[in-house]
Design a binder for this molecule. Sequence first.
Ligand SMILES: Nc1ncnc2c1ncn2[C@@H]1O[C@H](COP(=O)(O)OP(=O)(O)OP(=O)(O)O)[C@@H](O)[C@H]1O
Ligand SMILES: [Mg+2]
Length: 505
Amino acid sequence: MIADKVLSLEGLSKRFGSVVANDNVSLELYRGEILALLGENGAGKTTLMNMLFGHYLPDSGSVHVAGEKGALRPLALGHPQAALEAGIGMVHQHFTLAENLSAFDNILLGSEPLSRLRRDRSTGRAKIDQIMSDSGLRADLDIPVGRMSVGERQRVEILKALYRDVSILVLDEPTAVLTPQEADTLFENIGAMAKDGLSVIFISHKLREVLAFSHRIAVLRHGTKVGEIASADATERTIARMMVGAETPETKRESHEPGAPVLRLENVSVAGRSRRDSLSDADLTVRRHEILGVAGVSGNGQSALAGIISGLMPLSKGAMVIDNATINGHDPLTMIRAGVGRIPEDRHHDGIVGSMSVAENMVIERLDDPEIQTRGLLKRDAIQAHAEKLARDYDVRGPGVEANARLLSGGNIQKMILARVFERSPKLILANQPTRGLDMGAAAEVARRLLEARSRGAAIILISEDLDEILSLSDRIMVIHDGELVEADTRDRETLGLMMAGEAA
Ligand SMILES: Nc1ncnc2c1ncn2[C@@H]1O[C@H](COP(=O)(O)OP(=O)(O)OP(=O)(O)O)[C@@H](O)[C@H]1O
Ligand SMILES: [Mg+2]
């Protein structure tokens, strides 16, 4: 039997000014198929899917989708509503939920008229319950999304798409914010839904899950499709080579004796809004030339730890000492002046001001610097030249330093933040999930820069839920669980995994 084709993209192209985001890309999808779309940061994956979903109007090309009787019919381009009606659902790379509304309202929002929304709450709830049990994706429907962890938000995003009865589901980096176990569960659920006929395109930088869970892989490079391969015939090496055209070098770690303590937390507690952003009686020391890895499943107090070190949250008890001086006052500027460089967890939300240019974002933490401004007037030329130099040094690609920062791809936003942090040679670096969502090349670049800072003498706190990353970069490892920080005297994956799950060894 010949498999049914459910979707066909033909010769799609899209330019943004001088950037060719997609060049004549064609792609097909079959019923029940799970297709992985791969490519480096900025390769054009999101743009392609946004054209499919009607968010962007292609410059040329067409799309056909299977109708009810299975025959392919042209899709009206540039209309999200038409895509939805054709059964195409998309979960975006960045969250789109309203934070102050409950998960339930978020799921219903936009698919039911408001008047019906009230009347149909109970049928809506029954439908979501059904979807939750079919898909295995669970979320607390009644709490505001703003209080949820990123993993929970991701599940709500997917539930919202499924609620619209889609037959083609597009997931743009669905596991970037999930733990390995959550990701595996998600893909097992997706696999089961695909067996029932759902067709799926997912974008990911995680080759392990791509190989384990997709049927077929399509690779984009610089906006063109450079190849397709059946997942069963692929290895990490072959797809890595397709993506970058070469192999990425291994990161080297020099050996260093740790130096003097840079940051000490003494018996610190933080009372957050909920348990997941609280910390109790934490003790921690990180020294010069040292990377302290903090492993944990997100939502276990990492945001409180990051919050106090970046000056965004107050301590409710205990002391924070940097270079033997107790820090009083908790605001970002105090911490920047004390020598802290911050790579935030949510780079879109906390890392950049999207409506400001790349160049402005690059100086955003040094607006009091006389090189940047005199008497409140920004020195435009200096800012521009400075940004162009950093963009070269850190390989920040995109529409140029004068463009709005939100137009950069995820990986390029991270490179921009790295440039901004590292150029100041901070003595303490807080790196919070620094490689989440990055392609292999960009992730290797982050690792290289962190190791370089360590060689220079910086103290680094690396918060990550990626155990491979923790193990390959850290000199010492602590585990954070339920607001408690514990020193791990082991590098054994399984033991660390158990500690992360709260089952002390
Ligand atoms: N609205 C826009 N205006 C200008 N340039 C854009 C816009 N959207 C995307 N681009 C540019 O188009 C290129 C492709 O971006 P896209 O977001 O599709 O990449 P991606 O493959 O999804 O990358 P990542 O893995 O980092 O998410 C990038 O150079 C990006 O800067
Ligand atoms: Mg993308």
